[in-house]
Design a protein around this ligand. Structure first.
Ligand SMILES: NC(=O)c1ccno1
Length: 249
């Protein structure tokens, strides 16, 4: 069965890229069932109001709870005779880090729902309502320590990172293996034809046909790159053999 992905947003057009390329093909192939909902469809006033001023003062506006409550009810009711529950993911800078491990975890879920906040965020009672009244698991998830104007860009990134892990979405499962962060090391440098370009040569070991030496060289490059760019990812388990390795910046 397809993984179902619902997205609630006040900017549905922002999610249009999900119709393109891999994710678009996965939708055609019935591997992903992506539905985008406009939060304003769940308002009832002439101005289709979704926000208001914050209690306690402060700058900016807060997303009102009622439209979100009705939008979530609609998502849960749509094509869901069994009354199954989606896992609700709310992108936000105050969330847990989005990592490849979390992407793998989310890729195992049969149904994900994403709530795109805008303005200063969503009234906190929506989270409580979702957890306590709707019985949903709610995860606030951050792409990184920076602030976007809303959750839509984060949802595009998360749906791509998760969607590509769904079996069948990526044709060649091989390409999912030696990727950065799959086993905690960054990827090795890669090259293609011509072997000599602009006075620059492809490392000879890669042309040697000696697969053992090639694998060793690649692992050494991954260790060195990780040490240089992401020392925070290096663990004792990545024992190096102490030889220095020349790496590109
Ligand atoms: N850092 C984030 O993931 C984010 C989402 C919305 N605003 O910031």
């Amino acid at each position: 069965p397809a993984m179902r992905v619902d997205v609630v947003t006040i900017f549905p057009d922002y999610l249009a890229p999900l119709d393109l390329s891999l994710i678009g093909k996965a939708r055609e192939d019935g591997l992903l069932d992506v539905r985008v909902h406009d939060l304003r469809d769940f308002t009832h006033d002439r101005h289709r109001t979704v926000d208001d001023t914050p209690y306690g003062g402060g700058a900016g506006m807060v997303m009102k709870p009622q439209p979100w409550s009705e939008a979530l009810d609609h998502v849960l009711a749509q094509d869901n005779p069994s009354g199954a529950k989606p896992r609700l993911v709310v992108p936000g800078p105050g969330g847990q880090p989005f990592t490849q491990a979390l992407a793998r975890e989310l890729a195992r879920e049969p149904w994900l729902a994403f709530a795109c906040g805008r303005y200063e965020g969503i009234d906190e009672r929506v989270y409580d309502h979702a957890r306590e009244d709707l019985g949903l698991e709610v995860s606030v998830v951050s792409l990184g320590d920076y602030v976007l104007n809303g959750g839509e860009v984060a949802v595009l990134a998360m749906v791509e990172a998760v969607g590509r892990l769904v079996p069948g979405v990526i044709g060649n499962a091989e390409s999912l293996v030696e990727e950065s962060h799959e086993d905690g090391l960054l990827e090795y440098p890669i090259y293609t034809k011509p072997s000599s370009w602009n006075g620059r040569e492809v490392p000879p070991v890669l042309l040697s046909g000696n697969h053992g030496a090639i694998a060793e060289w690649r692992h050494a490059q991954r260790l060195a790159r990780t040490a240089a760019r992401r020392p925070d990812l290096l663990h004792a388990s990545h024992a190096t053999d102490g030889r220095d390795v020349e790496i590109s910046a």
